[in-house]
Design a protein around this ligand. Structure first.
Ligand SMILES: Cc1cc2nc3c(=O)[nH]c(=O)nc-3n(C[C@H](O)[C@H](O)[C@H](O)COP(=O)(O)OP(=O)(O)OC[C@H]3O[C@@H](n4cnc5c(N)ncnc54)[C@H](O)[C@@H]3O)c2cc1C
Length: 473
């Protein structure tokens, strides 16, 4: 157990059971519980929602109405944590989408060449993914869930956390109904975490927050496509936002032949949730395909909006008076602008890092050391989303100042983005970084550097509706 007194060692005669509490039964909380079950006697997850039996939305995870792509880094981590998980996801119908071949993409004023796929994402529904994770994790008898209960604070003092305080859902009084003792508490309560307040109440310090908010807002609706305009030559259509393209659009397949359609814009000119206005908003995109598709496809849901998309990183690694026995993981540690599709993958990769840090025979897993390892996992995803968002017009936050490393690599990265739509070598390397399977340093491999430095290849001027290498191309 992290920072535990020696008397608590597992297996010693008469030792009490070691107990970990995880706050939140979403993806990060469930995967964390899975890992902790290998190191303690009992794990209790506290979840403020009542959990559905099947793949259904719930109020604690409002983002589940929006598309959730699963990157390759996350796929690998899920298979490590829950062997065979990706087979289950495929069997449940989650579409596998090859990049760049299967998606028509517009980026930075150009269409990406539809070269053979070098990376694959899964685009099934978020509720299905969470349901499958939940079913696997909760089959473990040493993991229990307290549903419909809200963690309202921590017990212990500024040097050590000893458990959590539980209130009933919606109990805004802050009165604790119950104390749940624990040797370790892990906050997986998501982007709205109250951990800063909980730590202050103990006399400890919350983590300093870095914030970069591009002001992006989403609206999503689910459709069926009777015209089969999607699904034949290409599976999805994506207009990528950047400082020169302030409107985004994404059509992606889900299970059961359904599609999610998401429109994105900046606050002040955000996509509407009114059904007719939602369709009309798609006219702002640089190509009419999405508008035409929305005008003929069959809607299956209302339009759902989402506006809290800031990147927020809680720097538990910085010096401060913080107690042993308390960790943060998932969105409670580092929240990304969802447009980059990283959160679930980073949550899964963080759970693998937690396992490795706890199992490392060379180092005592102190709270600080483990927390640093968790933060390190999110660094690449943070650099992708936060650094890109800094450049958006009107971006706000306290982490906007360019770092020396941004300045030094800025020219090179801009050049990569210019080459990415048309160059197969740059495209493959950059995609591997974006899907979290290669480190950023892979962009500096000699063959990538050579491709970056040579003159740009022409990118298509019309949407490439048929992938390269198909008959007739
Ligand atoms: C619009 C949108 C689109 C996204 N798209 C993608 C995508 O394409 N790909 C991707 O990988 N990620 C995406 N994400 C991110 C992804 O949803 C999260 O990263 C992922 O759910 C992991 O989050 P989490 O488990 O840390 O927290 P959450 O999923 O937010 O879950 C937190 C849980 O804690 C519970 N809880 C909160 N407070 C308490 C409390 N006090 N006591 C008890 N329980 C509590 C909540 O009810 C909830 O169950 C998207 C996010 C948004 C907002």
């Amino acid at each position: 157990m992290i920072d535990a007194p020696k008397a608590d060692t597992r297996g010693s005669a008469g030792a009490r059971q070691r107990h970990a509490v995880v706050v939140g039964a979403s993806v990060a909380g469930l995967l964390t519980a899975r890992v902790l079950a290998g190191f303690v006697d009992r794990v209790t997850i506290v979840e403020r929602d009542r959990l559905p039996e099947g793949p259904e939305p719930r109020s604690g995870v409002p983002q589940s109405r929006h598309p959730h792509v699963l990157l390759e880094g996350g796929q690998d981590a899920l298979d490590v944590l829950l062997p065979g998980f990706m087979d289950e996801l495929r069997a449940a119908g989650a579409p596998r989408v090859g990049l760049p071949a299967d998606v028509v993409q517009w980026q930075d004023g150009r269409w990406l060449r539809r070269l053979p796929a070098s990376a694959y994402i899964y685009s099934g529904s978020r509720v299905q993914l969470e349901h499958l994770v939940r079913r696997r994790v909760l089959a473990d008898q040493s993991i229990t869930v307290i549903e419909g209960a809200q963690v309202t604070g921590l017990s212990g003092d500024a040097s050590r956390v000893c458990g959590v305080l539980l209130g009933k859902r919606g109990d805004g009084t802050g009165r604790a109904a119950r104390h749940l003792a624990a040797d370790l508490v892990v906050d997986a309560s998501g982007r709205g975490t109250k951990a800063g307040q909980w730590l202050s109440a103990l006399g400890a310090e919350g983590a300093p927050e870095e914030v970069i908010d591009a002001g992006l807002a989403y609206a999503t609706r689910i459709y069926r496509d009777p015209s089969a305009a999607l699904g034949t030559d290409f599976l999805g259509f994506y207009v990528i936002m950047n400082p020169r393209q302030l409107y985004g659009g994404l059509l992606l397949p889900m299970e059961d032949g359904r599609y999610t359609a998401t429109l994105a814009g900046l606050r002040g000119d955000q996509p509407p949730t009114d059904q007719d206005e939602f369709v009309a908003y798609a006219k702002k995109l640089p190509h009419p395909f999405v508008h035409q598709w929305l005008s003929t496809a069959e809607p299956l849901s209302p339009v759902f909006g989402f506006r809290q998309t800031a990147n927020v990183r809680r720097r538990y690694d910085l010096p401060g008076r913080r107690p042993a026995g308390f960790l943060a993981i998932g969105d409670a540690l580092c929240t990304f602008n969802p447009v980059y599709g990283q959160g679930v993958s980073v949550a899964a990769m963080s759970a693998v890092a937690l396992r490795d840090a706890l199992a490392d025979p060379r180092r005592t897993p102190t709270t600080r050391r483990v927390q640093r390892a968790l933060l390190a996992v999110s660094r690449q995803a943070w650099d992708i989303s936060a650094v890109t968002d800094k450049a958006m017009p009107g971006a706000t936050g306290n982490a906007l100042a360019p770092r020396a490393v941004d300045r030094a690599t800025g020219w090179y990265l801009r050049r990569i983005q210019e080459r990415y739509p048309g160059d197969p070598v740059v495209g493959e390397a950059f995609r591997a970084v974006l899907t979290l399977t290669s480190p950023v340093t892979a962009l500096f491999a000699p063959k990538v550097v050579r491709a970056v430095l040579r003159p740009a290849l022409a990118a298509p001027v019309d949407p490439p509706m048929v992938p390269e290498g198909s008959p007739g191309t």
